[in-house]
Every structure is written in C-alpha cells, then in structure tokens.
Write a protein that binds this ligand. Structure first.
Ligand SMILES: NC(=O)C1=CN([C@@H]2O[C@H](COP(=O)(O)OP(=O)(O)OC[C@H]3O[C@@H](n4cnc5c(N)ncnc54)[C@H](OP(=O)(O)O)[C@@H]3O)[C@@H](O)[C@H]2O)C=CC1
Ligand SMILES: CC(=O)N[C@@H](CCC(=O)OP(=O)(O)O)C(=O)O
Length: 349
C-alpha cells in the first residue's frame, strides 16, 4: 500500500485544479487520490483535458464530503468564490487539512469580504483560523497550520516585490502605485465575452479600476508589515498571453538608496528562500523567464532624479500564483522541504 499523502482536488476541472494535477504528478511524497467535479462526476477527467491521457484516466468524483474524508488527508479547493466558504468547515472538522486557492478566507474581516466579493463571508471562526499562505513571509505560521488560505495571484507577485522595502522603511507606503498585468488563464477556464480570442488578441485592457478584489488583500498585508494602515492604487490589465503576471510598482524612496542597495536588501531578506530570485542591476524580469515554474523574479531601478524606485515582479499565475504556492504550503505544513515536487526550470522560450 502506498504511504504517500493522499490528496483530493475540488475544482479539478478548472485551470487551478488541473495545474495541481500536473504538479502533483511528480511529487515524491504525495499522490492525488480523488479528482472532484460538481458538474461532470462519472466522466474521465482526460475527456475534458486530453493532455492527461494515460496520466489520469480515472472518473471524476462528486463533491461528497463523506467520500472525500475516506479518500484523502489533504483537500485542495480550486473553486470560485463562495464555494470553499461552505465546504471547508465540514472537511476541517473531519480532521482533513485544507488548502483553499480562492479568496474566501484571505480577508480576516467578513465585512471587507462582502464589500469586495459581493458575497456573504465564511463563518468568523474559520476566517480567523485560516493562515494566509504567503510562504516566504508567513512560512512560520504555515508550519503549524491545518488550514491555509492561498494568496491571490496578483497579491503574490505584488507583496513579494514590496514587503522588504516597506518593512525596512525604505519606501513611503502612502506613495505606492501598482501597475499589474495578467495573462488570460488568470480568469479561469470559463468562456466570457472579455476573454474570447477576438476581444483579447492584439489588445491590452485595463479592468476593475479601484474595484479589484485583490486591493484589500494587498492592503491587509502591507498594513501588517508597515504596522500602520496602508492604502494603494492598484490597476490590473489583461494581456493577450496565456500565463504570467507582471506587477510594476512605483514608490518614493526614503533615505539615500541606490538600485544596488535595494538588490542587497532583498537578497538578504529572501536568503534561503529558493523561489524568490533577485535580478542584478540593469536586468528586469520578463514573464517568460518564470513560465511554468514556482519562481518569483524581482528587479529594481532607483531614479535619483525623481526620488522614486520602480520594482518589477513576475510570476506564473497558475504556479507561484496558485497551484505551485499551494503545494509549497502543503510541503511546509507537512514539515517537508518547501521545494519538494516544485523544482522546475522555467520553460523557455
Ligand atoms: N486562474 C488563476 O490564475 C488563479 C485562480 N485563483 C482562484 O482559484 C479558484 C479557481 O480558479 P480557476 O481554476 O482559474 O477557475 P476555473 O473557472 O477554471 O475553475 C473553477 C472550477 O470550480 C468548479 N466549481 C464550480 N462551482 C463549483 C461548486 N459549486 N462546487 C464545487 N466545484 C465547483 C468548476 O468545476 P466543476 O463544474 O467541474 O465542478 C470549475 O472547473 C478561483 O477562486 C480563483 O479566483 C487564484 C489564483 C490564481
Ligand atoms: C485575468 C483575471 O481575470 N484575473 C482574475 C484573478 C482571479 C483570482 O485569482 O481571484 P481570487 O484571487 O479572488 O481568487 C481577476 O482579475 O479577477
């Protein structure tokens, strides 16, 4: 009998779920024992995803908590907002470990959740119990957790790019502007007018200005790090590519700091964290340079003329922004090396 950790994936037919399947297929200590769908139970997952032919031939299971409890030790939820809020509590109470990829448990205020997601929040006790799994920053809390709320894709790129400078007081948090761009897989597999080919191809669109649900998530963490309330301007754009997020951030520098000072600060802050790579002076990361990998690459340019720093941070939204970071959190929860099953070299070109 296999001694591997048993994994169930709810939402396995979505982009986040199918990326979990891809990454977990080569995990040395974990195996997927149930792929779950609320709409296609009883059909083979490879029918909707032929790239899984010969890799995952089993039928999709229904969302049935008792069956999940019998088949799994850890449950990943890669479901739309509102689903995990209802499903996670019962699974947690049954003793399962939960990693939720949706936004349902990230915000610790039910009121904020309702305001930004336009839905009723999960029960207060569970909002408080869920650990915000930004692994490089809150890894110590993840170690003891049985319930992880995986950060959003944009917040992952943005926060990893901002936290050291905010924490050290090297930038004025009230001046931060975040200009973020995402590939279309960030919107999930469902078809919509805004994401179909002829709307997207040869096009660049800003969306959800001042209304994006990741604004309170970014502000929650920056306020925690700055130990005072921080508000930011955060603008998202849709780019005609499949994977990738670039967050370009601007802020006023406090004190005399060069580009190299920032590079040294970040290298020291992230020392030993294998998934954050700090670029040398004059080199700014591109999304293709992290494609298919769990890396977050960060580059800097201080402008002595304006007194501002530009910070460029890139991730693959489906890996470090979703499934990869979720597996990194699982590794930490289990007391394993955080890089297990995640040591991919980015696919280039
Ligand atoms: N795409 C990305 O880059 C990122 C996504 N996320 C978040 O992860 C979650 C999943 O995103 P993504 O995979 O892109 O979305 P998709 O739309 O691609 O997939 C969502 C899946 O959820 C399942 N689902 C829908 N309703 C229910 C329900 N009531 N009960 C159980 N399952 C349900 C659907 O499968 P079925 O009908 O078969 O059940 C669907 O395949 C979202 O909350 C998203 O915001 C977070 C970070 C990055
Ligand atoms: C390109 C695109 O549409 N991206 C999505 C990201 C969705 C996401 O990850 O949402 P949660 O973090 O709330 O789960 C968006 O901007 O809403």
């Amino acid at each position: 009998m296999s001694t591997k950790l048993k994994i169930a994936i709810i939402g396995s037919t979505g982009y986040g779920g199918v990326e979990l399947i891809r990454l977990l297929a080569s995990h040395p200590l974990a195996e997927v024992t149930s792929v779950i769908s609320s709409s296609s139970a009883g059909t083979p997952i490879a029918e909707g995803y032929p790239h899984l032919t010969g890799i995952r031939e089993e039928l999709l299971d229904d969302v049935e908590p008792d069956a999940i409890k019998a088949k799994a030790d850890v449950v990943f939820l890669a479901t739309p907002p509102g689903v995990a809020a209802k499903l996670a509590p019962e699974l947690l109470e049954a003793g399962l470990k939960i990693i939720d990829l949706s936004g349902d448990f990230r915000l610790k205020s039910a009121e904020l959740y309702k305001q930004w997601y336009n839905k009723e929040a999960a029960e207060e006790a569970y909002l408080q119990q869920a650990v915000f799994g930004l692994a490089e920053i809150y890894g110590d809390q993840v170690l003891d957790a049985s319930f992880i709320s995986n950060p959003g894709c944009y917040p992952t790129a943005t926060l990893l790019g901002l936290i050291p400078a905010v924490k050290e007081g090297w930038i004025d948090p009230s001046t931060i502007i975040i200009d973020a761009k995402s590939g279309v897989s960030g919107a999930g597999r469902g078809a919509s007018l805004g994401t179909h080919y002829s709307e997207l191809n040869e096009n660049l669109k800003a969306y959800k200005l001042n209304k994006h649900q990741h604004i309170p998530e970014i502000e929650m963490v920056l306020s925690d790090v700055a130990t005072k309330p921080v508000v930011t301007t955060f603008t998202t754009h849709l780019v005609p590519m499949t994977r990738g997020i670039m967050s370009t951030m601007y802020a006023s520098v406090q004190g005399e700091r060069s580009t190299n000072d920032f590079i040294e600060l970040y290298r020291s802050y992230y020392e030993g964290r294998r998934f954050v790579r700090i670029r040398p002076e004059g080199q700014w990361p591109a999304t293709k340079e992290v494609w298919g990998s769990n890396y977050c690459d960060i580059g800097f340019a201080v402008d002595q003329r304006t007194g501002r720093v530009t910070i460029v941070s890139v991730i693959d939204n489906l890996v470090k922004g979703a499934a990869g970071q979720a597996i990194q959190n699982m590794n930490l929860m289990m007391g394993w090396d955080e890089t297990l099953g995640l040591q991919f070299v980015p696919a280039y070109p």
